[in-house]
Design a protein around this ligand. Structure first.
Ligand code: UDP
Ligand code: MG
Length: 332
């Protein structure tokens, strides 16, 4: 067995929970996490990532870490946002399976047991899919629905509906995720992009156990924009299509005006030539903007520096040939 897998064997499950001003829910959260850790069938570490909380969250977590051996604490220096916070936690995880869940108990920790059961069937990515959502405003439900509708049509990868960031990922998928250096991280899109065997576990999303949402409307909007821009170049291609269409209309209109100028005698002097020049130039303008958009799209793909492909498994290679021995390992 390689060194890498021996290190992972020490911890089977890593639970990652991002925390931002969650003092109201922490005592309850600890209780539920302790219960879950006792029910899981392997050594479990619980990584709490404090995303720059301004309340007593950090102090409460430190107290817990001091008294409970399997708790770990990472404090970010300021509020970096939920997606970065869970990335920080995943980077620190050493388990063979990593489970990310919200702090507010909207993602019931017990569902993790179902995720684990699916993982044992051989799925590298198991996401929890909401069947219902309690305690959410009609506005949040409607905007979320619109978002998934738009993403389904625009995104180049499959982003399942009603799936947040509550999921289990196998070590192989986690290493792939960590090898994606893009800075604007739309985590659920990234897991959609990488493929592997993925499965869904349905669950009922509870209402927030205490405290209030840390995702105000503008943060949701930013997340949604990140998702669209990171996983679709449709807005850029739109410029080319619109540019071509409008320039075509402009040229036709120019021809029409020319014909009008030839057959009609009572046109205002100079009108026809002005209109022809203006429509020609605006057509060229929009078209060239679209062309620039195509190149910007290429740059956009390049700067994300995603791996070209992800290897699901490799068979028949010698250990020394393989860049990462964790890849290609058959799931237990
Ligand atoms: N969160 C975070 N940083 C932020 C906002 C939220 O770490 O800037 C955490 C928060 O503490 C919670 C999770 O992300 O554990 C989901 O946030 P919330 O429950 O407020 O979102 P909602 O369920 O309302 O969409
Ligand atoms: Mg919540």
């Amino acid at each position: 067995m390689s060194d890498v897998s021996r290190v992972f064997d020490a911890v089977t499950y890593s639970l990652i929970v991002p925390i931002y001003n969650e003092e109201a829910v922490l005592p309850l959260l600890f209780e539920r996490l302790d219960k879950l850790a006792a029910e899981l069938d392997g050594p479990t570490e619980i990584i709490l990532v404090d995303d720059g909380s301004r309340d007593r969250s950090a102090r409460m977590i430190v107290e817990k870490v001091k008294t409970t051996p399997n708790y770990r604490f990472i404090a970010l220096s300021r509020n970096f946002g939920h997606q970065i916070a869970i990335t920080a936690g995943m980077e620190a995880a050493s388990g063979r399976a990593t489970i990310v869940m919200d702090a507010d108990l909207q993602d019931p920790p017990e569902v993790a047991l179902d995720l684990v059961a699916k993982w044992k069937e051989g799925y590298e990515i198991v996401y929890a899919q909401r069947l219902s959502r309690d305690g959410e405003t009609a506005f949040k439900l409607a905007t979320a629905h619109i978002f998934y509708w738009v993403m389904k049509r625009l995104a180049t990868v499959d982003i399942p509906e009603n799936v947040g960031d509550f999921r289990l990922v196998d070590r192989v998928a986690l290493d792939t995720f960590l090898a994606m250096p893009e800075r604007d991280r739309f985590v659920r899109g990234m897991f959609g992009w990488m493929g592997f065997r993925q499965a869904a576990v349905p669950f009922h999303r509870a209402a927030r156990a205490a405290g209030e949402t840390k995702y105000p409307f503008w943060k949701m909007l930013r997340l949604a924009a990140n998702g669209v821009v990171g996983f679709s170049d449709f807005p850029l291609r739109l410029a080319l299509w619109l540019g071509s269409l409008i320039s075509l209309v402009a040229v036709l209109f120019g021809v029409f005006v020319l014909v009008l100028a030839i057959i009609s005698t009572d046109l205002v002097h100079g009108w026809a030539s002005t209109v022809v020049i203006v429509s020609f130039l605006s057509g060229i303008n929009l078209f060239m903007l679209g062309v620039v958009g195509i190149y910007v799209g290429r740059i956009h793909t390049e700067v994300k520096r995603r791996p070209l492909y992800v290897v699901g498994r490799k068979i028949g290679f010698h250990e020394g040939n393989s860049p990462d021995p964790a890849h290609g390992k058959v799931i237990p």
